[in-house]
Structures are given as structure tokens and as C-alpha cells.
Design a binder for this molecule. Structure first.
Ligand SMILES: [Zn+2]
Length: 325
């Protein structure tokens, strides 16, 4: 059994379809196409625990009042069932053809335990944070920020001793000093909306990757310098940030990015959405996420003649998902 149609890879569109048995790309397919085939998306920054706060969230609060350490979101998380909320977020993830999710987990070990027993056919990377003076729960660290967290260095060291990833928010609502961030040596940093060109050059020189979440940033009146990040050749991923602010659907995110950054071409935007943070995952050259021969695939309906225009058209629909992890 085949899905017939052009297949998007890191080299652009190739082939005439994929074999659904083994997911190999085929040039030897006859007959009318079924649609356009793209790899499963990567959502490189989420907070799925607050997905169900979406309908209750007040719209008159500042960034710190809403998501700061003692903000509205944290009160909501204390008073609501995060397991149900995380499941609602993962349903959106699954239905939108996302095969890799990196979720920042608040609330210590209990925050990680929210995902116990939840099945997801893709790869879920949870980045935990300690509550008060506990040790880091889990393998990876998702640190709030250098301003909020005084012992960030210790937390990062714990994650590194586990061979885990270290991620942190930085320069979201205003510029923060770059040197303390470089000293922390995270694998990736989220936001960098107010980074200067010099900050970005330092990030690149120190081989740190960046995740940007343009819809979430837009909500608070911020805009990450995505064009400059791309020009400097920084390893970039896209994320959707808080589930209460934005859907976790990467198709929604990339359509917004297209509208917000009109100098970027659609191939570049789609490549980041499908192959984001490749440098992190492929440091040793053996990552399964970066190996196209092991990718899962999404079949999209064709609504325009041009492949890219069709994918970015809001009328395109997901016709099928072939999971692979
Ligand atoms: Zn975040």
C-alpha cells in the first residue's frame, strides 16, 4: 500500500510517494496522487498542563501576572487536574500530525507524573524542574529563567550528569544579559525575542539552539528576530508554548509565521517545523529523529497546485498519519 504524492525532505520535495509498509520513499508509483506527504512535525516547546485553561484565561494580565512564578497559570495548575489537561493537549498534538514534543513540566516530580500512563505514538521529551529545594526530577531540565531560578547552575549540572537536555526561557519580554546564559551552557534557549545581533552571534558561537514561539510572543507584544537567527545559521525549532494561549497545532504556528515574517520562504519555515533542533538531536550523527529513513509521515490534501502554497493554505486537511517511533 502506498501514499502517492510528492514527499517533503530536508532536500525539498522528492519521489512520488511512500510505501506504507516500511515508510521508504518511492519513485516507482503509478496513478493519481493522494496528496502531499510531509514528515511528522516537531513541536519543540509546549506547556501541555495548562491546555484546558484556554477558555478561562483572563486577557487583561501581563506576562508575569499570567505565567510568572506566582501568576494566574500556576494557581490554575494547583486547582485543576493536569492529567486531563495534558491529555487534551496530547490529543491536539496527535491529531495535528506532530511526532516529537518537548514539554516543560512545572511542579516537580508530580508534574512529571502527570504523564504516567498516557500513551502517545510519537516521542515525548519531558523537561522537569525541581520544586523548592528538591533534586531535579527526571532526566532533563526545563528551567523557568535565570531571573526566577537562583540555583539554575545546579539544576543544569544535574541534568547533564543524567545525560539529559537543558532548556531555559530567556529574553522573552525584555533583553536579559547574555553572559550568564552562556555560562549555564544550555542545549537550547526558548524565546530570545529581545536578543541583539551580538547576543545571537554568541549563541551561535556557543552552539546553543533556539526555540521560538511566535504566536505566544505576539500575544504579549513581542517578536523574535527569526530572520536574523536563520541568517546566522542558528539551529532553530518552533514551539507553541502555553497550551492555554495557543493551540499546539504546528500548522497553525507556521501559517502565523508566514504572515508575520513575509521575507521568509515557505520551504525554510516548513523545514524548521519538520526538522527543528536537528543539531541537538543529531550531535552524534545517530539520532533516530534526524534519520529520514525512520521518519513518520503526514498525508495532506492538495488544495493548490504549488506544493508549499497548498501546505500553508488553511483549507488543507490531514488525510492520514503514519506513525513511526
Ligand atoms: Zn515556555
Amino acid at each position: 500500500m502506498f501514499w502517492k504524492g510528492p514527499v517533503f525532505t530536508s532536500e525539498g520535495f522528492v519521489g512520488k510517494g511512500i510505501n506504507l509498509e516500511n515508510c521508504s520513499i518511492s519513485n516507482d508509483v503509478e496513478g493519481e496522487e493522494n496528496g502531499i506527504i510531509i514528515p511528522l512535525f516537531r513541536n519543540c516547546h509546549t506547556h501541555l498542563g495548562d491546555t484546558l485553561a484556554r477558555n478561562e484565561m483572563p486577557h487583561n494580565l501581563s506576562l508575569s501576572e499570567l505565567v510568572g512564578p506566582n501568576g494566574w497559570k500556576h494557581k490554575w495548575l494547583e486547582n485543576n487536574d493536569q492529567n486531563t489537561s495534558a491529555i487534551a493537549g496530547l490529543k491536539e498534538i496527535i491529531n495535528s500530525g506532530t511526532g516529537l514534543v518537548m514539554d516543560f513540566r512545572e511542579g516537580g516530580k508530580a508534574g512529571l507524573d502527570v504523564f504516567d500512563g498516557i500513551e502517545y505514538p510519537g516521542k515525548l521529551i519531558l523537561l522537569g524542574r525541581p520544586l523548592n529545594n528538591e533534586n531535579l526530577p527526571g532526566t532533563n531540565a526545563g528551567i523557568s529563567s535565570l531571573i526566577d531560578v537562583k540555583n539554575a547552575t545546579e539544576i543544569a549540572a544535574s541534568a547533564r550528569s543524567n545525560n539529559g537536555l537543558v532548556g531555559i526561557h530567556h529574553s522573552e519580554n525584555e533583553r536579559e544579559e547574555i553572559q550568564p546564559l552562556l555560562d549555564l551552557r544550555p542545549d537550547f534557549v526558548v524565546h530570545m525575542c529581545h536578543a541583539t545581533e551580538s547576543d545571537l552571534r554568541e549563541i551561535k558561537a556557543n552552539k546553543i539552539s533556539i526555540v521560538v514561539c511566535p504566536r505566544s510572543n505576539h500575544y504579549f507584544g513581542n517578536k523574535p528576530p527569526l530572520e536574523k537567527m536563520i541568517e546566522l545559521g542558528i539551529d532553530i525549532g518552533f514551539g507553541t508554548d502555553n497550551g492555554m494561549l495557543c493551540t499546539v497545532n504546528m500548522m497553525d504556528e507556521i501559517r502565523f509565521i508566514r504572515a508575520e515574517y513575509d521575507s521568509l520562504n515557505l520551504k525554510t519555515i516548513l523545514s524548521i517545523a519538520c526538522f527543528g533542533l536537528d543539531d541537538i538531536f543529531n550531535k552524534d550523527g545517530t539520532s533516530t529523529y534526524s534519520n529520514m529513513a525512520q521518519s513518520g509521515w503526514v498525508l495532506l490534501s492538495r488544495v493548490e497546485e504549488d506544493n508549499y502554497e497548498s501546505i500553508f493554505n488553511p483549507n488543507t486537511e490531514i488525510l492520514g498519519i503514519r506513525w513511526r517511533n
